[in-house]
Ligand binder design. Sequence first.
Ligand SMILES: N[C@@H](CCC(=O)N[C@@H](CS)C(=O)NCC(=O)O)C(=O)O
Length: 152
Amino acid sequence: MLLDYATTLKEPEDLSINPMGKVPAICHGDIVVTETAAICAYLADIFTNAGLAPAPGSPLRGPYYRWLFFTAGPVEAAVSNQALGFVVPEGCERMIGYGTYEQTLDVLEDAVSQGEYLWGDMFSAADIYTGSYLGFAMQTGGIEKRSAFGAY
Ligand SMILES: N[C@@H](CCC(=O)N[C@@H](CS)C(=O)NCC(=O)O)C(=O)O
């Protein structure tokens, strides 16, 4: 079924799945999951055969969560605000979770420059999410095309 942002996605049936009236959202049996990063993490944990997440309790969960949440939080907010022309006023960087747009992109650039994937040799759901976000944002002009982002 095709949903339209302005109409069908805002109808009660869909709002009962995601009260934000936004996509993506999944229903897996009785479980509803919204938020792209949460969906990636949830599916990686359910479909363990895909090998997209380190095992629960593994020390690699640290960097895995770190970069999933970094993209979902600071990166998304910084890029959206930048696209809307909002610049964090000087001196207010401490009040904002992402500090500044430049700082957030610098940290992300460093993270994707460390190896083939976000943490070492393992491709994970964090790469799916961050890679997709970077690809989309570079395509739409939300993020400047730094060479490290392109290579990643
Ligand atoms: N925080 C949400 C944001 C999702 C989001 O921004 N969805 C947009 C499309 S990319 C949307 O559904 N917009 C439709 C609307 O708000 O009417 C996530 O990470 O999944």
